[in-house]
Design a protein around this ligand. Sequence first.
Ligand code: AHM
Ligand code: MG
Length: 345
Amino acid sequence: MTSNGAIALTRFLIEEQRAGHINAELRLLVEVVARACKQISVAVGKGALGGVLGDAGSAGEASINVQGEAQKKLDVLSNEILLEANAWGGHLAGLASEEMDHSQPIPDSYPHGNYLLLFDPLDGSSNIDVNVSVGTIFSVLRCPEGVTAVEDSHFLQPGTAQVAAGYCVYGPQTTLVLTVGHGTHAFTLDREVGSFVLTVRGIHIPEDTKEFAVNMSNQRFWEPPMQAYVGDLLAGKEGPRGKDFNMRWVASMVADVHRILTRGGIFSYPLDSKCAAKGGKLRLMYEANPMSLLVEQAGGAASTGRQRMLDVQPSGLHQRVPVFLGSKHEVEAAVGYHARHDTAA
Ligand code: AHM
Ligand code: MG
C-alpha cells in the first residue's frame, strides 16, 4: 500500500505470487512489459513534439510489415521498446510480434526463461496521427518442455494455454488491464509517480447490453448471418430484439474493448468478402486471444461466431479470425444467428 492506500502493480503481483497464481519469473515478465508500456505511453504522449507521428520508411518509400500494412513510426518504435525491454531479463525463451515476419529466440548471450511473449506493439495505429486512443496488446504462453531453440511452431498453442494476457490503452489516461487467469484487473498510470495503481479489482462485464461496436461501412461485404444479426439490432424496439441499440466504433480494438470491459457491449470484426481469403481482419495470436482471455475472465464471452475463440487451434503465427466478444448474452445471440444460418444451409 502506498501512503494514500493505493496498491501498486508491484505489490499486486507479489500478492498474486504469494497466492500461488504466478511464479517469480512470470511476475518479472509482467513488470517488464508494464515498464515498456510506460515508455511507449511517453512516446505516444509526445506526439508531434517527439517527431514520432507519420509513416515509417525512408526516401519516400513506406515501410510495409508482414501483414502487408504500411508501418507508422510509432509501430516501429513500440516494437523496438518491447524487444529491447524483454531481451535480457532471463524470463523469456522467445518473442513474436505482429510487426515481425517470424518469432525471435532470446539471444544466447542472455539467460533463457520458460515463457513466450506475443504482442501487437501499437494496436489501432491508424489513429495515432489524429490523437485518438491506441494501445499495446500482449499474450504469454509457456515454452513447450525441452525446447532449446524456439521456432514459430512453438507459439501455435490455443488461447486456453495463455498464462497471462493484457493490454495498455494510451488514452486520456494510460490504463493497463491484466489477467493472470484469476480475474481481470485494471491499473491506472500515476504519471507523477510513474507507477501503475490498481483501480479496478475483478472487472465484471454486464451479461446484457444495448451497445454494439462494428465497422458498419463493411455491411454489404458481410456474411448473411451477420447481415441478419445487425439488421435486427438496427430494427430496435420494434424489431425481434425488442430494444434500441446504440453504436460505437473507435477503430482501435484496445479502446473498443476497454469500453466493453467498463460498461458492457459487443465488439465484432466479422468475416467479410474483402478479408475472407485471409480468414478475417484481426489476428488470433496478438489480438483475439489475449482480448478473449481478458473478456472471459471478466465474465464475458468470446467467439469466432462459430467456435469459442480460446479453443481455436492456431495454424500460423499471423493467422486471422472473425471476432465477436463482450457481454455474454449478446455474444451468444450473435453466435445463434450463425448456428441457425449454418443449420438451415
Ligand atoms: P492494427 O493492429 O494494424 O492497428 O489493426 C487492427 C485495428 C483494430 O485495432 C481495429 O479494431 C481495427 O483494426 C479497425 O479496422 P477498420 O479500420 O476496418 O475500422
Ligand atoms: Mg492490432
